[in-house]
Design a protein around this ligand. Sequence first.
Ligand code: LLP
Length: 384
Amino acid sequence: MKFNFPVGALEQIQTPFYYYDMEILNSTLSTIQQEAGQYGFKVHYAVKANANDRILKTICDAGFGADCVSGNEVKKAIETGFNASGIVFAGVGKADWEINLGLDNDIACFNVESIPELEIIDELAGLKGKIAKVALRINPNVNANTHHYITTGLEENKFGINQWDLDNVVYVLNSLKNVELEGIHFHIGSQITDLLSFKDLCIRVNELQKWFISRHICPKVVNVGGGLGIDYEQPDSKSIPDFKSFFKLFDEFLELQPDQELHFELGRSVVAQCGALLTKVLYVKNGVNTKFAIVDAGMSDLIRPALYQAYHKIENLSSDKEEEKYDVVGPICESSDCFGKAVDLPHTSRGDLIAIRSTGAYGEIMANRYNLRELPIAYYSDEL
Ligand code: LLP
């Protein structure tokens, strides 16, 4: 499905703003539910990717669970209508109030990343007379071959419990009275485009499952996290993300025990392509090698290019003149406030409407108020 820009309507709106194509979101959601559902797999949406009210409600209504990484995300998921039994809570540094919030709401599971965290959850659950369900987040030491800032499954990363520490963790777990092992959890990184990395993960999970079973432990849930990448170069690509091959791979290579459930935590692949950041050109000026198109959106609205040197396709929706090269930059007082260098765009002038594509994930949610700018607002295709 191709992103639909109602240019006439969008041109009337004060820029910058995020624009969400709800048809794309809905079609992505139904593809995921269909492809995962046929194997009985359950998908939790990684709220961190985009917690915009309408987006979250649409995902909730489509029957997804919620993968949260802060107390406020848990709160938001509950307010949105996600069932507590479909809420999991991950993160290396859960504060006591956040753990208590999870306990008070009887969420499905805490994904636990260390022995001290396990002990605190046990203590806080004990004070409430509850048994907390926990999944051990195990660092599988699998290379996701992605940007080093978003690789998480290597031993050198801060995430998860390393395999050499598992004996200790299971020993402690068995000694605690107020926690119960619900599952094992993995996440190797984000924006993974080589599906073979997920095959490596399956192989590692199978080995670990054997380790648990040899100790007469059979976790009810295996949660393999998220990470499925999208096509930033061709946002309208029909073949990527390839949900069909992704879920099929897990069905083929992951050996589940009878009655074990397989869970996923997808973020980017769910929401990235339904969103675009819309901005207008304020000024065009000459640079040494290219022209600068100075737009009214900045790195405060979309930080991915500045933070990860991330590529986002940039389109001029107002011009179809001959192409020239532009550095598309924002108004913020930082040289890194640049959305793309030497971008081929049709001849661009003041007032042209520019779309920065594939920004539905980790776009609006990572916006900030640097330079005391306003936070970007959002519009939706079905409301214009
Ligand atoms: N589960 C866990 C434990 C995670 O840490 C993450 C993402 C996900 C699931 C969802 O991964 P996804 O399906 O979205 O790849 N801000 C960065 C991405 C950070 C991802 C952090 N963890 C970016 O803009 O690229």
